[in-house]
Design a protein around this ligand. Structure first.
Ligand code: BDR
Ligand code: CA
Length: 318
């Protein structure tokens, strides 16, 4: 099993990713750290606690992190398309019962620093949110990269963008943080960009099958994904389906052949205006730039759906 920390801005797709990581036997989920993103950090923390509680995983500690980007005072603008329930168009509260547990007193950055400085074995980081927490920890102690076996990041895009014409939300919402993380010298950085997640669309049919599992995770995943499908209606060429970006990260961890990757130099634009937050991927065959990221370009949607159905059949409480 891989000892793993998730860094999230829960959010419907983070919620599915958290449930996957908590339930899969090959992932030993040490903790979840939260950050601003899909909603203000108080909401992403609350949503995270709700999700863990709902599936009976409330022993996993949650640490609240940064409420804003590390540099920009005016970022991010409100996020509007990752909604959950119809009466809550901004997705600030997931439609599952309130949590009975609370976040730890320790902050996310403090937790990351302490854990990565004291661990006796290398850990895995999975970041599916703006990278503010991880960048802040790196700013304090850049040597923590040595304690990380692999960092898997949902972010960026080469041929696909979402929040602006150039950029994906997570890298756009804290571009300086993203650039710090990309250039920090991690032993292995795997990037799951929109190019891959838009190929891993989950359909309404899979939602029905998830619901029929009758488990807390199956029922919640069906609800969250269904809501995403409604929100994406009309914006994709495939009807009745939506990307569930973040879950592709833990799915890749347990089944690496789910994606095909290319080893490329990747940097984040921090100086531009039209292209701020864009992940610039150097695909030139003869590039002399340092290859710092394994970037996923293709994935198998059916294999992902099968994997989700298998994992969400598990009920921790029975
Ligand atoms: C990413 O942005 C967030 O809203 C989602 O949770 C996902 O991590 C997609 O661009
Ligand atoms: Ca996210």
């Amino acid at each position: 099993t891989r000892k793993t920390i998730l860094d999230v801005d829960t959010g419907t797709d983070d919620a599915v990713s958290i449930m996957f990581a908590a339930l899969h036997p090959d992932i030993d989920l040490l903790a979840v750290t939260t950050v601003h993103g899909n909603a203000p950090v108080a909401s992403t923390t609350d949503n995270t606690l709700r999700v863990l509680d709902w599936i009976g995983a409330s022993t996993v500690p949650v640490f609240g992190g940064l409420s804003r980007p590390i540099v920009r005072l005016d970022f991010p603008a409100a996020r509007h398309f990752d909604t959950d329930s119809a009466d809550d168009p901004h997705g600030t509260t997931l439609s599952i019962p309130p949590a009975r547990t609370r976040a730890r007193e320790t902050g996310a950055v403090e937790y990351l620093l302490h854990t990565l400085r004291t661990t006796t074995e290398q850990l895995t980081l999975v970041a599916t949110a703006p990278l503010s927490n991880i960048a802040a920890a790196l700013a304090i102690d850049p040597s923590i990269v040595e304690a990380v076996e692999e960092i898997v990041i949902m972010g960026g895009g080469h041929t696909v963008a979402n929040v602006t014409a150039s950029a994906e939300f997570n890298t756009w919402a804290d571009p300086e943080a993203a650039q710090m993380v990309f250039s920090a010298g991690f032993e292995r950085l795997t990037l799951i960009p929109l190019d891959a997640t838009y190929q891993a669309l989950i359909t309404r049919r899979t939602c029905t099958e998830l619901e029929e599992l009758g488990t807390p995770a199956g029922v919640a995943a069906a609800r969250f994904i269904d809501r995403r499908i409604t929100a994406y209606e009309g914006s994709l060429t495939t009807a009745g389906a939506a990307p569930v970006h973040d879950v592709l990260c833990p799915a890749y961890l347990v089944q690496p052949d789910l994606v095909t990757t290319r080893h490329l130099p990747v940097a984040v634009e921090t100086a531009g205006s039209l292209s701020v937050g864009r992940t610039v991927m150097d695909t030139r065959p003869g590039t002399t730039q340092k290859r710092n990221a394994h970037v996923a370009f293709t994935t198998d949607a059916q294999a992902l759906a099968r994997l989700l159905l298998g994992v969400f059949a598990k009920d921790l409480e029975s």
